[in-house]
Every structure is written in C-alpha cells, then in structure tokens.
Design a binder for this molecule. Structure first.
Ligand SMILES: *[C@@H]1O[C@H](CO)[C@@H](O)[C@H](O)[C@H]1NC(C)=O
Ligand SMILES: *[C@@H]1O[C@H](CO)[C@@H](O)[C@H](O)[C@H]1NC(C)=O
Ligand SMILES: *[C@@H]1O[C@H](CO)[C@@H](O)[C@H](O)[C@H]1NC(C)=O
Length: 345
C-alpha cells in the first residue's frame, strides 16, 4: 500500500528522485541480473577498441566518485547507453560536409531578416546550456525544408534508411554561452546534423568539441554552410569554451533508423544496464571531479570546464563540395541520395 502510494507520488513528480529510485532499485537490479553477468563491464563496449574503452572506463571511475545521488544516476544513464548499448552506424562517429549553397543562403536570410523584423524571442531554458537564455527565431517553413532536403545527406552518410524526427531552429546563442558536453536523446536523436548557418560580425570562432569512436576529442570550427554529421546519442559533444560575440546560430537536425528502432524503449534498456552498486561510496577519490549540469557533463577544475579541450585534433571548415571528410581527415566522394537496401551490394 505504502509502495503504491509512493509510486503514484513519484509518477506525479511530487517526491524527489531518491525515494523513487530506491523503490525501483530492487526490481531494477533483478532485471540487471537477468540480463547481464554480475561483472563489470556488463558486456563488450561498442565499438570494442582500446580508445573507446579507455575514455569510458575513465568516465565511469569519475562517476563512481560523484557525491550527489541524483547527479550520479544521471551520469550513469548518460554514459552506459553510449558505451554499451547503441550500436555505431559509421566507422568513426562523425563527418564534415558542405550544405547546398542555395539552402544556406535562404537560411541566412531567414536569420538576418528575422532579427531585423524583431522576430527573435527568448528560448525556454535548455538544461545543457549555461549563460544567458538563447534567442529563437521560429521559421517552420525553413526548418521543414531543411529536414526534407537534407534527408539524402544523412542517408548517404550513414548508409541506411532514416526517419526524420525534427529540424530544430533557429537557436541564437548569446554572448558568454556555454553548451556543456552531452549526448542526445536516446529514442529519436540517432543520426544527426549540426548545420552552422551564421553568426554576428563580431563573433569569434566557437569550436564544437566531439569525441570520435576511437575516444579522441576533436575541436571543429564550422564555417557558415558547413554541416557536421554525427551519431548524436553516442558521441559526446558540446561547446564548453565560452562564446564571445553577439550571436551564433545553427540548426539541429535529427533522424533515427527507419527499421527496428522505435519498437524498443531505449531509455529503459539504459536503466537496466546501470550496474548494481552504482551508488556505492568511494572512500579515496583519485579522479578529476566530474559534475552533471542537468543531463550534461562538466569538469569544473579544468580549463573551459572540460579537460579534453587541452588535447584535441583541430579542424576548421569550410568543407568541400562533393566530398565528406572523416575524423581521420580522409576525403570520401559524396553524392547525396536516398538510401535503398540494394545499394550495399
Ligand atoms: C563501428 O566502429 C568500428 C570501429 O571504429 C568499425 O570498425 C565498424 O566498422 C563500425 N561499424 C559500422 C557499421 O560502421
Ligand atoms: C571578446 O572579443 C572582444 C572583441 O570583440 C575582445 O575585446 C575581448 O577581449 C574578447 N573577450 C575574451 C574573453 O576573449
Ligand atoms: C562578450 O562578453 C565579453 C566579456 O566576457 C566582452 O569582453 C565582450 O565585449 C562581449 N561581447 C559582446 C558582443 O557583447
């Protein structure tokens, strides 16, 4: 009876995470035991290479040393999915390509015109962004065009059939913004694009940092008209270095695999692979402190709030027409077209 009452309160959000998860913990651990051996790691990393394993082993050690119960569970949830559950769809996890010139121009006019006409409003608070609230210019006509026109791009890059979820924009980051390192939503943000449109004339470069599937951190400066393809629920990414300028605007475009993706509850799979003992206290702390800001990660004791910004593979756009560039800097001929199963042969 008490249990049912607590469950109802949890679902209504009336009580905090701690009692809720404590109540579910017995059932969750039973399910973990059914799925995985009682060892760590519970299964092979995906992909199972040295670099990817070591970047996650380190992160898990940092998470074990977190103090706050709620933050700690969030840290586990955000990491186990990327490390063990979601498959990789490409070799290295991201790539750089050039958008069609005409589309970029239409979007730039959308932003500059929107600003001139005073159409920018304050965006709701986003939990992975620190600093001033972003502005938002709502142009569903243009975002719809992006989602449709660029489907051939993502499908040609990921080599599979994809279903469009959302093209989100235009968001305009403001001066002194920070976008903390994070992975995207597990159910719908699987193969994605960051399409950089424009920034104010006074804006300094604002690199995006992204981990590839070998565990290396890249620092990519996108130029207007550049598109970064990335496996967004797998590769940790963000702009932890503070933005300096009036505004900076991109569109975020998300797709998920058409076949065999939506049938699974990916959030639930992640809950069931958080190890029993995830909340055990570590007496002697040895790692660089890691903190959660909402669903995002921060290392407050490092420059830019993220240690890996000190050791990166550096890139800069613009990309090139007709090629996509992979994280080993290898150029591949690129021909955007809808994917169909026969293409693999
Ligand atoms: C997944 O990543 C590994 C390591 O980078 C790679 O060898 C493998 O081909 C990738 N899988 C796909 C489907 O691209
Ligand atoms: C930001 O840019 C302005 C020039 O627009 C420069 O004077 C200032 O030093 C920069 N601030 C930082 C923190 O880099
Ligand atoms: C942004 O903030 C920095 C201080 O952090 C300041 O130096 C700079 O002038 C500001 N830029 C604009 C465009 O407001």
């Amino acid at each position: 009876m008490v249990r049912l009452l607590l469950l109802a309160l949890c679902l209504l959000g009336a009580v905090q995470l701690a009692p809720c998860s404590a109540m579910y913990e017995v059932d969750r651990v039973a399910e973990y035991d059914r799925r995985y051996p009682r060892e760590w790691p519970p299964k092979d990393y995906i992909p199972n290479n040295e670099g990817w394993r070591s970047v996650h082993e380190h992160r898990f050690k940092q998470i074990r040393e977190m103090d706050n119960h709620g933050e700690k569970y969030e840290g586990w949830m955000q990491s186990v999915f990327a490390a063990f559950l979601v498959q990789n769809f490409t070799e290295y996890g991201f790539g750089l390509v050039r958008a069609p010139e005409e589309l970029t121009q239409a979007l730039q006019e959308g932003i500059r015109g929107g600003l001139e006409r005073g159409e920018a409003r304050l965006e709701y608070q986003v939990d992975v962004i620190e600093g001033p609230r972003c502005l938002f210019i709502d142009r569903p006509d243009l975002t719809k065009r992006v989602l449709t026109e660029l489907q051939t791009y993502t499908e040609a890059w990921a080599q599979m059939e994809l279903t469009p979820h959302i093209a989100y924009g235009f968001r305009l980051y403001q001066n002194n913004s920070v976008l903390n390192m994070h992975v995207d939503k597990k159910q719908t943000h699987i193969v994605s694009m960051i399409f950089h449109i424009d920034s104010s004339d006074d804006a300094e470069d604002w690199p995006i940092y992204i981990e590839d599937l070998l565990g290396r951190t890249h620092e990519v400066v996108l130029k207007p008209g550049d598109i970064l393809f990335y496996e967004s629920s797998k590769c940790l990414h963000g702009r932890p270095k503070m933005f300096n300028g009036s505004w900076y605007s991109s569109i975020f475009i998300h797709y998920y695999p058409t076949h065999g993706w939506q049938q699974t509850d990916h959030q639930q799979r992640a809950h069931y692979i958080v190890p029993p003992g995830w909340n055990d206290k570590v007496e002697e702390k040895k790692e660089t402190p890691l903190k959660m800001i909402g669903t995002s990660f921060k290392e407050p004791t490092c420059p830019n709030g993220w240690c890996a910004t000190q050791d990166t593979v550096k890139w800069s756009g613009p990309g090139e027409e007709g090629v996509w560039i992979d994280p080993m800097m290898v150029r591949h001929p690129f021909e955007p077209k809808r994917f169909s199963a026969g293409d693999e042969l």
